[in-house]
Ligand binder design. Structure first.
Ligand code: SAH
Length: 233
């Protein structure tokens, strides 16, 4: 699918490979501003990630009554006690995951489906698990309706992961477990990365675990964050 041109390099080549931008909508300028003021200004510079954030209709992933606030610099309630993450946190976690076009990704905590939609445009396939049946159902319908055909939504408990599709090149957890579940680390491919908010209660750290090609694990903390707790086994 990647079209190559001898005249295009770097960011221009990536944008060409992503294809034409979707038609502008009423929120196009709000999205541009969101990326400029909340994301680029805070140090996210990967061109394909910025392009996806500029073109993904985040307002369609929040309840109709709060559409006007979809591009604000904060998380928003989406029902069932869940939230859609702050745009910058979506961008940061996506960047830390280092997604590539050929990769298969597992997400725990589908929520609104927005993070899955972003990753679907940067990878081959996204498998995403949501514990709340109504959210799993509505996000499945929404993602399919918007044409994200490389996302599979399952209702279930993320602590078990998705053994039938493992191993994954990347795993992103968008609800906070007290500790990263061993099952998920086991379902991560060698050379893969897991990104998760980790910590009991409100003291969470955004954490990256790299599984080296020899199987060794390297863990580091990036920043304090605030996510809804991961519902337990
Ligand atoms: N990625 C989402 C943000 C989700 S908020 C987005 O882009 O909108 C976290 C979600 O994780 C909530 O919807 C919550 O119901 C779900 N969740 C909590 N515990 C879970 C578990 N054990 N397994 C799967 N999903 C879980």
């Amino acid at each position: 699918m990647l079209r190559r041109s001898p005249h295009l390099f770097g960011a221009a080549a990536i944008l060409a490979a992503l294809g034409p931008a979707p038609a502008p909508d009423a929120y196009t300028s709000q999205r541009q501003r969101m990326v400029r003021e909340q994301i680029e200004s805070r140090g996210i510079h990967r061109a394909d990630i910025l392009h996806v954030l500029r073109t993904t209709p985040r307002h369609l992933f929040v309840p109709e009554g709060i559409r006007e606030r979809a591009y604000d610099d904060c998380a928003l309630p989406i029902g069932s006690g869940s939230t859609i993450s702050q745009p910058y946190i979506v961008a940061l976690m996506t960047d830390l995951l280092t997604p590539q076009k050929h990769q298969r990704i597992l997400e725990i905590g589908t929520g609104s489906g927005y993070q899955a939609a972003v990753l679907a445009q940067l990878t081959e396939h996204v498998y995403t698990i949501e514990i709340m049946p109504d959210l799993a159902e509505s996000s499945r319908e929404k993602l399919a309706g918007l044409g994200y055909s490389n996302v599979t939504v399952r209702q279930g408990n993320g602590y078990r992961g998705w053994p039938e599709e493992a191993p994954f090149d990347g795993i992103i957890v968008t609800a906070a477990p007290a500790e990263v579940p061993r099952t998920l680390i086991d379902q991560l491919a060698r050379g893969g990365r897991l990104v998760a908010p980790v910590g009991a209660g409100w003291a969470q750290n955004l954490t990256v675990i790299e599984k080296r090609v020899d199987g060794a694990l390297v863990t580091y903390s990036v920043a304090p964050v605030l996510f809804v707790p991961m519902k337990s086994k």
